[in-house]
Design a protein around this ligand. Structure first.
Ligand SMILES: *[C@@H]1O[C@H](CO)[C@@H](O)[C@H](O)[C@H]1NC(C)=O
Ligand SMILES: *[C@@H]1O[C@H](CO)[C@@H](O)[C@H](O)[C@H]1NC(C)=O
Ligand SMILES: *[C@@H]1O[C@H](CO)[C@@H](O)[C@H](O)[C@H]1NC(C)=O
Ligand SMILES: *[C@@H]1O[C@H](CO)[C@@H](O)[C@H](O)[C@H]1NC(C)=O
Ligand SMILES: *[C@@H]1O[C@H](CO)[C@@H](O)[C@H](O)[C@H]1NC(C)=O
Ligand SMILES: *[C@@H]1O[C@H](CO)[C@@H](O)[C@H](O)[C@H]1NC(C)=O
Ligand SMILES: *[C@@H]1O[C@H](CO)[C@@H](O)[C@H](O)[C@H]1NC(C)=O
Ligand SMILES: *[C@@H]1O[C@H](CO)[C@@H](O)[C@H](O)[C@H]1NC(C)=O
Ligand SMILES: *[C@@H]1O[C@H](CO)[C@@H](O)[C@H](O)[C@H]1NC(C)=O
Ligand SMILES: *[C@@H]1O[C@H](CO)[C@@H](O)[C@H](O)[C@H]1NC(C)=O
Ligand SMILES: *[C@@H]1O[C@H](CO)[C@@H](O)[C@H](O)[C@H]1NC(C)=O
Ligand SMILES: [Zn+2]
Length: 745
């Protein structure tokens, strides 16, 4: 179960390698040519001559190699003609246009940025680990050394590398062709004869990691988050936005992909039958898509929190027995009480849709769900039509294929995450890094509490509770040390004991799927596990999880250029600090603010404070709705200000808190300046470090896909929109208007 807000989704949702349990995710609320040679900056000229922005600072300049290297990267990323670009109106171009000009997409990428380059560095390290012998030169934490710890550690390593190697064995994967999936589908076809109810078919599909029409999953009950319960939401659809189901071009591509996969799996002799079935499947999905909630609603606890007795839920969709569906997965001694119906209007609509569909169409749709779930585990030839579709939707060359090791690394990251994390952190994360990260996060929490005291629009009661919520915040830094303890080889060996890794990549997928399903449903038997992590250690991302009132920062994001112990502090506070502030602010955005200081969904805001809050959030909706991107057809498509509201609030509050926290540190002991960047004040350097996080580009089709489905604003607006809301920025760059465009935290 994932109920969280992420900082940024780096990986494209398309073509993810199945741990096939497609978990229902609580709508994310929270937190990616040629280089210009560096040249000395001019001291006068352009817009800066009157603003006095570019003036050489007196002061101590850091001349270490780390400082030189970092300064050079800022200069290379900055606009070559930066003195002519107004930072007050376009800080994205000011900070990033050198970066844009000097970076290009790999064929398998649709989205690049400073964060994806950090991920590349982490991935290269993980690849080296996976392709080398057991690393004798690293040591197990002495706390967990025991007689057989070395042995267990080696066994864990062997399990992880065996998983990787089964994926790298392209010859074996090609040799079995479509057979493993054919076997599943044949079994499904014989099971789904007339005698089997629709519910039994849905159970079958969900056992194999897919979900059709409905998905049952486990979920921390929002009002009593210590209790894990069952939630029911919509099943999976092949296209990830409603807009695509209304777009003739996308529908044509989708239909072609379905026919292509059917032809590859069942034989081209049946092509005409496949074409007619594909067209029926697409029509059914169009109706289902129209019935699903709008993504901004689906993300809102006020919309999705509908607890009710199972009998009442069952009455919403008489064609399916939710009770039997749950019984098939829940541990036998679990008694179903209330369930949370995540999409109350959807289920009655499904009933109407089913009454207008033949059973062949419904069977075909469910079979197609299974095909999509397992397609990426088949040979590249067999899965080509499906890959082509994902490539088209994300704007890549239709025939692009990722290098095999990347696919296999993602597979290990998804399915053996904690052994992977153990070997990553041993090489890439030090106790000193953890300590510095803790200091930054604590500073930001302290500042945030102080700020809370100052807001005149908040009632005293709400303020007290809000401060308590910050005091209660749980910080997770680096890697899991309890559930599981990744430093303890025995804990990992025990955890993965039920997973048998063989040399068959497909069979391994089935084993991971069983393992995930079993763990997920066993969660019903114990209180919500608050020590669990929802991201692996090498991940370049972060999250806030409302029901556990926690913020988590994997080791993967605590790396340069965001985080560096050897540089002046404005660098790490402006970049990693803004990330930390972003996650903390999620606790008080339009979603997180519904959860109280214990993590429970609970209305703790009085009417007048709430109406002031709503007035301020509306400003963000209006601000970001004015921004737009250019589609592949050359048209302007506006940002969805409502869908991105929580992220935009988090970006603004996060940077504001990080700046105040750094200022206090800088007042105690002034940071050094940077070589080649002496024209900038420390304050300006803080904001340059922030802007540098979000230098990035997307292929035009991918940019469109993200507007439809991603709660984060496009990267350039995460810069432009965020600094427009900072008084500190406007003062540092001496902008004509000092008043923030919108301000909440
Ligand atoms: C800066 O240079 C870029 C090309 O390198 C150009 O497109 C842009 O118009 C220039 N900006 C200004 C303000 O002159
Ligand atoms: C361990 O050895 C590997 C390969 O021999 C090397 O790449 C790595 O940097 C070494 N790690 C440490 C911590 O010495
Ligand atoms: C070893 O584990 C202990 C207990 O979990 C922890 O306090 C310590 O920081 C760890 N040491 C290193 C080098 O990670
Ligand atoms: C399903 O029903 C059809 C017609 O009623 C019949 O011909 C067929 O044998 C049945 N199949 C199964 C698996 O029962
Ligand atoms: C459909 O596929 C074509 C050809 O590959 C591509 O140009 C187009 O952008 C795709 N459309 C969508 C919406 O993905
Ligand atoms: C339910 O069964 C599991 C084993 O299957 C056992 O560990 C657990 O204690 C049982 N719970 C209850 C409430 O009986
Ligand atoms: C019923 O199904 C047909 C064929 O798939 C479709 O054209 C029609 O729009 C559907 N009607 C409703 C009310 O869903
Ligand atoms: C894993 O393999 C062992 C030994 O071959 C076997 O005893 C066990 O049943 C297998 N477990 C699963 C979940 O397949
Ligand atoms: C997955 O679990 C099912 C039983 O639920 C079992 O029949 C099957 O062998 C398991 N597959 C693997 C690969 O562990
Ligand atoms: C607060 O607003 C709600 C909804 O508008 C209303 O029902 C309630 O009576 C109001 N409470 C107070 C104390 O004014
Ligand atoms: C917020 O309140 C101010 C002052 O009362 C008002 O001028 C403004 O129009 C309100 N904004 C919105 C979006 O309601
Ligand atoms: Zn976020």
């Amino acid at each position: 179960m994932v109920q969280q807000a992420t900082l940024v989704l780096l990986a494209s949702a398309a073509g993810v390698i199945a741990s096939p349990v497609g978990e229902l995710q609580r709508p994310f609320n929270d937190l990616n040519k040629r280089a210009n040679p560096a040249r000395p900056p001019p001291f006068v000229g352009g817009w800066s001559s009157n603003g006095g922005v570019h003036r050489r600072q007196d002061g101590d300049v850091c001349t270490t190699d780390s400082c030189k290297k970092f300064a050079d990267s800022v200069i290379a990323g900055r606009a070559e003609n930066y003195t002519e670009v107004d930072p007050c109106t376009d800080f994205a171009t000011y900070t990033c246009s050198g970066w844009w000009a000097s970076h290009d997409f790999r064929p398998d990428q649709s989205n690049i940025g400073v964060l994806s380059i950090m991920a590349d560095v982490n991935n290269a390290l993980m690849r080296t680990i996976l392709e080398s012998p057991y690393p004798d030169n690293t040591t197990i934490n002495s706390t967990y050394a025991s007689d057989n710890a070395d042995e267990l550690d080696k066994q864990n390593f062997v399990k992880m590398t065996a998983a990787y190697e089964s994926c790298m064995d392209v010859e074996a994967i090609d040799a079995v062709g479509a057979k493993p999936l054919q076997d599943i589908l044949e079994a499904y076809r014989s099971e789904s004869g007339n005698a089997t109810s629709l519910t039994d078919k849905l159970i079958w599909v969900q056992k194999y990691g897919g979900s059709g029409l409905v998905q049952a999953t486990t979920w921390a009950d929002d009002k009593t988050p210590d209790v894990t319960t069952v939630a029911l939401g919509p099943g999976q659809l092949g296209l990830d936005a409603k807009e695509y189901y209304e777009d003739a071009d996308a529908i044509a591509n989708y239909t072609t992909a379905i026919v292509g996969m059917y032809d590859n799996i069942f034989g081209e002799e049946e092509h005409d039958k496949h074409a007619s079935l594909a067209s029926d499947i697409v029509k059914l999905e169009q109706a289902l898509s129209a019935a699903t909630p709008d993504p901004a609603d689906a993300a809102s606890v006020e919309y999705y929190y509908n607890p009710m007795p199972i009998a009442e839920a069952d009455a919403l969709l008489p064609d399916v027995s939710f009770a039997n569906l749950i019984k098939a997965f829940a541990p036998s001694n679990y008694t179903v009480g209330n369930v949370i119906v995540l999409a109350p209007e959807y289920f009655p609509k499904v009933s109407t849709i089913l009454s207008n569909a033949t059973s062949q169409t419904v069977d075909g749709y469910l079979e197609w769900v299974l095909i999509q779930t397992w397609a990426t585990r088949l040979s590249d030839d067999v899965s080509a039509p499906y890959r082509r579709l994902q490539n088209e939707l994300t704007g890549k060359d239709p025939e692009a294929v990722a290098e095999r090791w990347r696919t296999c690394l993602t597979d290990v990251d998804t399915n053996i995450p904690w052994i992977e994390s153990a070997f990553f952190v041993r090489q890439a994360f030090s106790p000193e890094a953890k300590t510095y990260g803790e200091r930054i996060i604590t500073d930001i929490e302290n500042v945030f509490q102080e700020k809370l005291k100052s807001y005149e629009w908040m009632s005293a009661d709400v303020k007290t509770k809000a401060i308590q919520k910050v005091l209660n915040m749980v910080e997770k830094i680096g890697y899991p040390d309890i559930s599981p303890n990744v430093q303890d080889p025995k804990a990992l060996a025990d955890l993965y004991a039920p997973v048998n890794v063989t040399d068959s990549w497909f069979e391994n997928g089935l084993a991971y799927n069983n393992f995930t399903l079993t763990n997920q449903w066993n969660d019903l038997l114990h209180p919500t596990d608050k020590n669990r992590w929802y991201m692996t250690a090498p991940t370049v991302n972060a999250y806030f999880n409302p029901p556990t009132n926690e913020i988590a920062f994997p080791a993967g994001i605590m790396q340069q250029p965001l985080f560096n112990l050897d540089l002046p502090e404005y660098v790490s506070y402006g970049a990693f600090g803004a990330v930390a502030g972003h996650e903390l602010t999620h606790a008080f955005d339009n979603g997180g603010s519904h959860y109280d200081e214990t993590g429970a969904y609970n209305d703790w805001w009085d009417n007048s404070t709430l109406s002031a809050f709503n007035n301020k959030t509306q400003c963000f909706v209006d601000q970001y709705s004015k921004y737009s991107i250019t589609t592949p057809a050359g048209e302007q498509l506006n940002v969805n200000g409502q869908l991105t509201l929580g992220e935009n609030i988090a970006d603004g509050g996060g940077l504001n808190a990080a700046y105040a926290a750094w200022k206090e540190r800088n007042d105690e002991k002034a940071d050094q300046l940077l070589p080649g960047l002496e024209e900038y004040t420390r304050e300006q350097l803080f904001y340059l470090s922030f802007g540098g996080v979000w230098c990035g580009e997307r292929r035009p089709a991918e940019a469109v896909r993200r507007i439809y489905s991603d709660p984060h604003s496009p990267p350039n607006f995460r810069i432009i929109g965020t600094v427009a809301n900072q008084r500190g920025f406007k003062e540092a760059f001496n902008c004509p208007v000092k008043e923030p465009t919108c301000e909440l935290w």
